[in-house]
Design a protein around this ligand. Structure first.
Ligand SMILES: [Zn+2]
Length: 271
């Protein structure tokens, strides 16, 4: 009988080989709006249990913050605001005592972190796209950790690279995320080279690669028609050199809460 060797699969996020591989959604599972058709793209990629769990918590925490700052009328974000309220125990009945306390804890935490809008006048850090829509006026603001936002954008890019080319983004290549004020528009001449990946109305991804090196890739990711990211996959040395050309996100120092502490990834890729 042929002996079978068990080869664990590699986690797309931390690049470590894991014996117990799980499936993680490329576009966070809880971020799909209610308007998503049944046949929309719901790609998943192999993930170690630790990354899957930590991304799950990070995405849940981020969703509550972001859903408070997006237009609940928008088709691209349909149902997310009420999902965020329910996760804080608002408008939901029949919960177990444990779950009720858990949600109440989250509600208190978010309430504690709210800042009067007036205190922020003239300060940097407002995220393009977020905030009250139209004539609405907000009296409070909520901190959104940039590190978490950029990790989700990076995760989407890593997931798409894996699905499109079975690629793990590893040295000498690295990733760098920027936030844009608006959606990228491509000149007509470039459009044929742009690959479009749609996850339904909630997330639209455009990808382009360099003809001289197909491992050099640019992603433009639009979430809920609201958040616009650009993720560059390039030689790390190039990313470091070009860093100075891009303005870094500015903002306020976040409160020291566990959700704000983002664990830096230790990637030690072994072929
Ligand atoms: Zn992992």
């Amino acid at each position: 009988m042929k002996e079978e060797t068990i080869t664990g699969s590699r986690c797309v996020h931390c690049l470590n080989v894991t014996e117990t591989s799980e499936l993680d959604h490329v576009f966070p599972k809880s971020w799909y709006p209610d308007t998503t058709p049944g046949n929309a793209q719901r790609w998943t990629v192999p993930s170690c249990p630790r990354c899957n769990r930590e991304f799950g918590q990070l995405e849940k925490d981020l969703l509550v913050r972001l859903a408070l700052c997006i237009d609940p009328q928008s088709d691209a974000a349909s149902g997310l605001a009420s999902r965020a309220l329910r996760s804080m125990g608002i408008d939901v009945e029949g919960l177990s005592e444990e779950e009720r306390l858990h949600r109440e804890g989250l509600r208190k935490k978010i309430h504690f972190e709210l800042m009067p809008k007036a205190d922020l006048a003239g300060k940097p850090g407002a995220i393009p796209g977020l905030g009250p829509s139209g004539e609405q006026k907000a009296s409070f603001a909520i901190p959104v950790p940039w590190a978490s936002l950029s990790m989700v954008a990076e995760k989407i890019a890593r997931g798409c690279e894996y699905k499109i080319g079975s690629r793990f983004v590893k040295p000498p290549y690295g990733l760098h995320t920027f936030i844009r004020k608006s959606e990228m528009t491509f000149p007509e001449a470039m459009k044929a080279d742009v690959k479009v990946i749609s996850f339904g109305p909630g997330c639209r991804v455009r990808r382009i690669f360099a003809s001289e090196d197909p491992n050099v890739v640019r992603y433009w990711i639009t979430i809920w028609n609201t958040l616009h990211f650009r993720v560059a996959i390039d030689q790390e040395i190039y990313l470091q050199e070009s860093e100075a050309n891009y303005s870094r996100p500015e903002g306020l120092d976040p409160l020291e809460t566990p959700s704000m502490r983002i664990r830096p990834y230790l990637r030690n890729y072994r072929d």
